[in-house]
Design a protein around this ligand. Structure first.
Ligand code: 1GP
Length: 244
């Protein structure tokens, strides 16, 4: 089954999805061999693979490590077209719709398209919405785009609806890796209600309590990156406390 169909099937059945972010520059593959990780791997729906400053070779190496050590799908979450690799299960085909930089709305996509076509890689059209998380993030700096202010729910809803009308199948509401404040609950709730699309929420989620809050207000999937990198064994506790 295609990855997008799996995400939709779980979304429609109310299954709360958990995505772990593996940034090849920081990812410690030893965790995958630990008994602790094996005991929780059934609760991980997929690995997102990406980061702001990466080369295809480091992405490829981490993708192959992940695929050889566990059965969890690996989905590329690319920062640029040059990070594309073949050995992934799908690619989030991201449009940075909160920004106004054409490079991240269509430029990188044109460069990526021939590679995706020739390698027959599943692409998942995803509206990527950056929300102010209290400090400047790598995405903001690299993409030269402004995040939506955290108290501007109406702008977030308008942006998300525009993404839906343009054909995006998923929305990714992103406060940025290591954000001080995660995406506000009322913003997620309003976007979920207006668009009825599966919403991925990430940035600054470090506890099961926060993840459960995100699910309760309408997140279809929560992404945990930094908390997984900083304390891989601590992730077991978080995962086990997420109310499935
Ligand atoms: C970044 O949303 C992800 O794209 C994860 O953020 O590293 O803060 O968990 P954290």
């Amino acid at each position: 089954m295609k990855i997008a169909d799996q995400i939709y099937q779980k979304f429609n059945s109310g299954h709360k999805q958990l995505f772990l972010l593996a940034d090849p520059d920081k990812f410690n593959a030893e965790i995958l061999d630990s008994e602790g990780f094996k005991s929780i791997s059934d609760h991980v729906d997929l690995f997102l693979l990406g980061g702001s400053l990466l080369s295809a070779s480091s992405v490829e190496k981490t993708a192959s490590t992940l695929r050889s050590k566990c059965n969890i799908p690996v989905v590329l979450f690319p920062g640029r077209s040059m990070q594309l690799v073949e050995n992934v299960d799908a690619v989030l085909f991201l449009s940075l719709i909160s920004g106004r930089n054409p490079e991240y709305l269509i430029g990188q996509h044109v460069q990526a398209a021939p590679f995706l076509y020739h390698n027959d890689i599943e692409t998942i059209p995803t509206g990527y919405i950056l929300i102010d998380g209290g400090k400047m993030t790598s995405v903001q700096y690299i993409s030269h785009s402004l995040p939506i202010p955290a108290d501007k729910t109406d702008i977030a809803v308008a942006t998300a609806l525009a993404g839906k009308y343009l054909g995006q199948k998923l929305l990714y509401m992103e406060a940025g890796s290591g954000a001080e404040n995660s995406v506000p609950a009322e913003m997620i709730s309003a976007v979920a209600k207006a668009t009825e699309l599966p919403i991925i929420v990430g940035g600054g989620i470090r506890t099961a309590e926060k993840a459960n809050e995100m699910y309760a207000v309408g997140a279809a999937a929560v992404v945990i990156g930094t908390a997984f990198e900083d304390n891989p064994s601590g992730i077991e506790e978080i995962i086990k406390s997420i109310q499935k």
